[in-house]
Design a protein around this ligand. Sequence first.
Ligand code: GLN
Length: 483
Amino acid sequence: MSDLIYRTLSEHTEALAKKEYSSVELTKACLARIEETDAHLGAFLTLLPEDALATAREIDQRRAHGEVLSPLAGIPVALKDNISTRAIPTTCGSHMLKDYRPPYDATVTEALKGAGTVLLGKTNMDEFGMGSTTEHSAFHMTKNPIDPTLVPGGSSGGSAAAVAACQTPLAFGTDTGGSIRQPAAFCGICGLRPTYGAVSRYGLIAYASSFDQIGPLTRTVKDSALALEAILGRDPRDATSREHPMPHLLNDMERGVNGMNIGVLSDPLVVAADPSVRLALSMAADTLRHLGATVEDVPLPSLRYATAAYSIMASAEASSNLARFDGVRYGLRAKTFDSAEELMCRSRSEGFGTEVKRRILLGTYVLSEGSYDAYYKKARAARSLLREETSKLLSRYDLLLLPTAPTPPYAFGAKKENAALRLSEDLFCLPAPLCGLPALSLPFGKTEKGLPLSVQLMGRAFDEATLLRAGYALESTLERRQP
Ligand code: GLN
């Protein structure tokens, strides 16, 4: 049964329904793989072997009694450690929350429990989602399963590594400015950021609320569609979530791209990307053309403001969201203090890491009197401009094709000391969150050294179906990789 771990989520879904193997067998295979690999890989922060096996047993029994179960019933899953899980540690990769066990489940956690998934554990991340490598986790770094000297990407690096290393067929991450798609690209798997509002943020510990979204990391596009269907929908507890009828994503997926209009991002910033990244992009464009789509180069001039606008707005929102961690109401409490002010000051100084402090400082500064107009207001104007340009493009094109990351995965430490350089690599992931649009990153080719390359598709709001359809068509032209 050890080969079970190499199968995809959709293969498991069918096999479990046909009782070819049980959820207990599958869960045991995943736990054995984790046991064998995770001391070295560091994808998980918390493991729940007993709970997982108990859930798997329960699902197997219900299936044996003839109960009709959801497609994800009995499927092992891992959740990023900023998604609340009742009575189970939810640390956000921070000392600030190292002892926190939420009293409630996030809506996504609840939906996954309701669907009968088997929670294996919680995955590592850059502290509060701030970073692109897991180097900013307060606990440890996660290695890239393809080459342990390389970063796995981030901030959902633990979730991406767990799926790429076949520790689990499915994991969920969160994407504020690329944190699902970039680690997916670095680990050679698929990552889907849903439309803003398509999935509830209730119980997701906030980084930047106007950007944050939860989404799946999987080994295939079809698996992403399956996983997304389980978490979609309006939630009265998240006022920004919306009900939006989506066609049955799986039915639609195999219809191909014939007749689709696709715009390929053409911009000096793409020209500046690594040659291997550009090659993957042009090969993907050629493939789509070959499959019957109309493919044209399109400019997006305001892309050059995206990094600045994102850093200002996300930091501003973070400074406000993270104000609640004061050692009084929430978070770690300093042991010694002489006044309420000192208690807060010490608790925050001890609880937060450097990157988080840097962003709180920046965010507080851009919101302060005198700087608000100069920075925050300008960032908002840039966001509006990007939204206008993108929506004009998407009225002509069904999808936009662009790189996910400007480079293949790089070594630990390579960008650690240079905050500006680190932020600039989020560039191609930023239009989707700045505009509230869905985007899918999928593997497409390899570098000469065998490192994974990916491309990104971005679509219209709530049109995940078209995104997945094109992703599936592209993926079908590649041979499936077995790690
Ligand atoms: N790397 C980006 C940042 O540090 C994106 C993070 C994210 O999407 N959570 O802000």
